[in-house]
Design a protein around this ligand. Structure first.
Ligand SMILES: [Zn+2]
Length: 306
């Protein structure tokens, strides 16, 4: 397993073989017209198979139509980057040093990898949660980090901050750079992390309706915004934290609190993120959590598949 993994990062042909294995698992299909009438058509750069579609007569190779196409960095480096980000949880800056590329190049590639994971998580885990679901919110500090945001900061009528964002106590909102993240945990099964603009009843209702099957039991704390859930067709039960009640029978949000306590140090690795990118980072967090039990090679295949 280890040898196979190292091989992927050192040999372009092995990397290409992995891509072929994952991408064409259901047979080769033309990326332009989806036809299966495809024949092999020599090689592309000695490592990638080229194909010709008999229906639309266009040619393509293993990389065509993927995030790896037209890239100036070789596939083995892409895979190594995906491994550093997806399996080892390195920040993009550290990963760029490992692959010995400029931050700009590594950043663009890393974003593509993360977007792919985000898309995969969106499609793979989009099914609604059911049964007993815990729901809770946690607040994280995320502002307008990133070079492209200068204009937007000026629109706010203030200068860009010279120092990092300071965490303010209490509940925050999207506007004051402390967006809530709604954590939904299906007991012993799936989990969702949804960035939210605020923690008002209306927003919470909308998030619950989108991610939870109607008629399910939702457990929350005593925060008043959650009272909306009953009226939306959910069985709502809560524990009253302010009265020192943290569990009543099986009614509790301990799993949510556990996830929140894991999420915060996980995000800290990135030294502040832009709130616009929260969704992507949360997908990566979920991907790492749900695949933590499987070997890196398998995980890499999942990333490539996405
Ligand atoms: Zn075609």
């Amino acid at each position: 397993m280890l040898e196979e993994l190292l091989d992927l990062f050192s040999c372009e042909a092995s990397a290409a073989r992995l891509l072929r294995e994952v991408r064409w698992a259901g047979g080769v299909r033309c990326p332009y017209c989806r036809s299966e009438a495809v024949i092999r058509w020599a090689w592309y750069r000695h490592a990638y198979q080229r194909y010709r579609c008999k229906a639309c007569r266009r040619t393509f190779n293993d990389k065509t139509g993927t995030i790896f196409a037209y890239s100036r960095i070789p596939l083995k480096e892409w895979l190594f980057l995906a491994y550093l980000l997806g399996c080892l949880h390195l920040s993009i800056l550290k990963a760029s040093r490992e692959v010995e590329r400029s931050y700009g190049i590594a950043y663009r590639s890393a974003r593509k990898v993360m977007h792919a994971i985000h898309k995969g998580e969106d499609e793979g885990g989009s099914g609604k949660l059911s049964g007993i679901i815990e729901m809770d919110e946690t607040y994280i500090t995320a502002g307008l980090k990133g070079r492209g945001n200068h204009g937007r900061i000026l629109c706010l009528g203030r200068k860009p901050r010279r120092r990092g964002l300071k965490a303010k106590p209490g509940r925050g909102s999207w506007k004051d750079d402390r967006p809530p993240i709604m954590i939904l945990v299906e007991r012993k099964k799936r989990e969702h992390y949804v960035p939210s603009t605020d923690a008002e009843g209306e927003t919470i209702g909308r998030i619950a309706s989108r991610h939870v099957e109607r008629g399910s039991h939702i457990h929350t704390d005593g925060f008043p915004s959650y009272t909306v859930l009953q009226s939306l067709g959910f069985e709502h039960e809560w524990v009253n934290h302010s009265m020192g009640e943290y569990a009543r029978g099986d009614v509790h949000v301990n799993n949510c609190e556990n996830r929140a306590s894991l999420l915060k140090p996980w995000l800290a690795v990135y030294r502040g993120i832009s709130k616009d990118n929260l969704g992507i980072y949360l997908s990566l967090f979920r991907f790492q959590r749900t695949t933590s039990q499987i070997p890196s090679l398998q995980r890499l295949k999942l990333i490539v598949k996405a």
